[in-house]
Design a protein around this ligand. Structure first.
Ligand SMILES: C[C@@](CO)(OP(=O)(O)O)[C@H](O)COP(=O)(O)OP(=O)(O)OC[C@H]1O[C@@H](n2ccc(N)nc2=O)[C@H](O)[C@@H]1O
Ligand SMILES: Nc1ncnc2c1ncn2[C@@H]1O[C@H](COP(=O)(O)OP(=O)(O)O)[C@@H](O)[C@H]1O
Length: 273
């Protein structure tokens, strides 16, 4: 079975409070971004080992802790799954605020559910996904949502950005999510995100913000420079995604986003949502 785990963008993000479990409460809107990895899951005969082949962008850390492998182990513990061959081709940049690792985990759960006909409903898959990362449960249904608590409880939102030209710029800074959270002071949300995002996209610049962007831009000025470039090129809205370091711009009404003069080592994704 071959699946294509996609990334996500955060439209606005407020860190709203400290939780007793050490995590923070947040409010954000998540939307799928069709920048994708490829993940193949094949059953192998009993008696062989489960394997994980990794190609594409190198993933830091021990492959034994790769989120695809952890997703498999989680289901195997409950469902006595046979061994599998996993092959992940990594395309989405890592530590970018695009949720690529979380998507791999959620798509692995979904693929195993289908392949072995486990018939787990989305609520059960989300419960497994929450054990692998706060972002992970979003990718089970993979539709725009207002997310709150740890970012793993969702309310449906009617927001359709289909066809909007979008540019995502990843400057190659790997910002750890834990480091980013440590730099943000929790506070009450400045706006009701659902209300702000229901207004025309051109108004978001004044109402929709990301607390990580405010905390990280003084330390990593390149984030602010990319955002300025996106606005100078005609973006109606630009922001850091999640805890960064990817910065995106939305260009409604354009066929494709304009070209930008950027250092050759930056990764750039240009397409329509
Ligand atoms: C910031 C967000 C916004 O969408 O995305 P990314 O920028 O990582 O894509 C998410 O909250 C990231 O979710 P995820 O990447 O799954 O985080 P996890 O693996 O669960 O946690 C990594 C670390 O982030 C911190 N953390 C995460 C989520 C949360 N609600 N509160 C936290 O304090 C904790 O220090 C935790 O140890
Ligand atoms: N399949 C995977 N893809 C990406 N990162 C993974 C994966 N499995 C584990 N990780 C670990 O997760 C961390 C980053 O996750 P990722 O979701 O790509 O970034 P972000 O949290 O910025 O959205 C990295 O430190 C990486 O070592």
């Amino acid at each position: 079975m071959l699946v294509f785990p996609n990334a996500k963008l955060n439209l606005g993000l407020y860190v709203t409070g400290q939780r007793p479990d050490g995590f923070r409460n947040l409010e954000s809107v998540f939307v799928p971004l069709p920048w994708c990895d490829a993940l193949e899951v094949l059953p192998t005969p009993e008696g062989t080992e489960t394997t994980l082949a990794l190609t594409g962008i190198p993933i830091p850390g021990d492959p034994a802790t790769n989120l695809c492998r952890r997703a498999y182990e989680l289901l195997r513990a409950d469902f006595n799954l046979p061994p599998v061959q996993l092959h992940l081709h990594k395309v989405v940049p890592i530590g970018a605020g695009l949720g690529g690792g979380s998507a791999d985990a959620a798509f692995a759960l979904r693929a195993l559910n289908d392949l072995f006909q486990l018939n787990l409903p989305n609520e059960k898959l989300q419960a497994y996904a929450r054990q692998l990362g706060s972002d992970c449960a979003f990718f089970v249904v993979n539709k725009p949502v207002f997310a709150y608590e740890k970012g793993d409880v969702f309310e449906e939102i009617s927001l359709d950005l289909t066809g909007t030209a979008c540019k995502v710029v990843y400057p190659g800074l790997h910002i750890s999510t834990a480091e980013a959270y440590a730099r943000v002071t929790a506070a009450a949300p400045r706006h009701d995100l659902r209300q702000a995002l229901s207004q025309p996209l051109e108004t978001w610049r004044n109402t929709v913000s990301n607390d990580f962007e405010d905390a990280l831009t003084p330390i990593y000025p390149v984030l602010g420079e990319i955002k300025q470039q996106l606005y100078a090129a005609g973006a109606a809205y630009a922001s850091l995604s999640g805890s960064g370091s990817a910065v995106y711009g939305l260009f409604p009404g354009q066929e494709l986003p304009p070209k930008l003069e950027l250092p050759a080592q930056y990764l750039v994704w240009d397409a329509r949502l």
